[in-house]
Design a protein around this ligand. Structure first.
Ligand code: HMH
Length: 217
């Protein structure tokens, strides 16, 4: 299901995964003030993202079929997020970014509001897990690009790219995709439409998030 959607929406998917901000990291021309903007804004995003993932853990737990492995995958994602918060706390001072000073920009606020809407108990598990997969997969694909052979990623940004471009994170995204596909297989047409729309909204928000990082740089 998800592969079909990605083919259908390949233009926006490419826009999200090969954004000029990411291509700039990959070819070494990125404006470091844009990176700083992204770093501070992404810290705020991740803080809102954690309760979103927690809400999906609750939905998985309430699923009638056996979803204990789903729960384990989602829980492992939450454990990584715990570690990610520590990373932001150690990375930001290196760039002169003070966590307490970061003001959320509009694209970030819009994205966080979208996440908050998906946290509602009315949002079905297949819809929410599709969105979770898409959010993680965009970062995985984007940062993996900066680690490919021939990439001229600046040394001081390599660790950031490793965070989302590493193999473990790729496998986590694959697990999420399998979970989403398994639940979408059993879903009604109405539910499929909702999940497809959620996927599209994620891709749009991701493009806006990259745009915001570049614009303020
Ligand atoms: C905006 N999308 C954004 N930030 C992130 N950290 C991720 C996705 C992946 O966790």
């Amino acid at each position: 299901m998800i592969d079909t959607w990605l083919r259908k929406h390949s233009l926006i998917h490419t826009g999200a995964t090969r954004h000029p901000f990411i291509l700039g990291i990959r070819d070494g021309t990125v404006d470091l003030s844009a990176y700083k903007t992204w770093l501070g804004q992404d810290y705020l995003f991740v803080r809102a993202f954690i309760p979103f993932v927690a809400s999906i853990l609750i939905k998985a737990w309430k699923e009638s079929d056996d979803s204990s492995t789903d729960m384990e995958v989602i829980l492992s994602g939450m454990a990584s997020l715990n570690e990610e918060i520590s990373w932001f706390k150690s990375e930001t001072p290196k760039w002169g970014v003070q966590l307490s000073d970061i003001v959320p920009q509009k694209s970030n606020q819009d994205y966080c509001r979208f996440l908050e809407n998906l946290m509602s108990p009315d949002v079905e598990y297949p819809v929410a897990i599709t969105a979770l997969w898409a959010i993680e997969a965009v970062y995985q694909a984007s940062f993996a690009l900066c680690l490919e052979d021939g990439a001229k990623t600046p040394a001081e940004l390599r660790q950031t790219c490793q965070r989302w471009g590493n193999d473990g994170f790729r496998q986590y995204c694959n697990s999420l995709q399998q979970i989403a596909n398994r639940h979408l297989q059993k879903a009604s047409n109405d539910l499929l439409t909702k999940a497809e729309v959620a996927l599209l909204r994620v891709l749009e928000h991701e493009v806006e998030f990259w745009n915001m990082s570049r614009a303020e740089g």
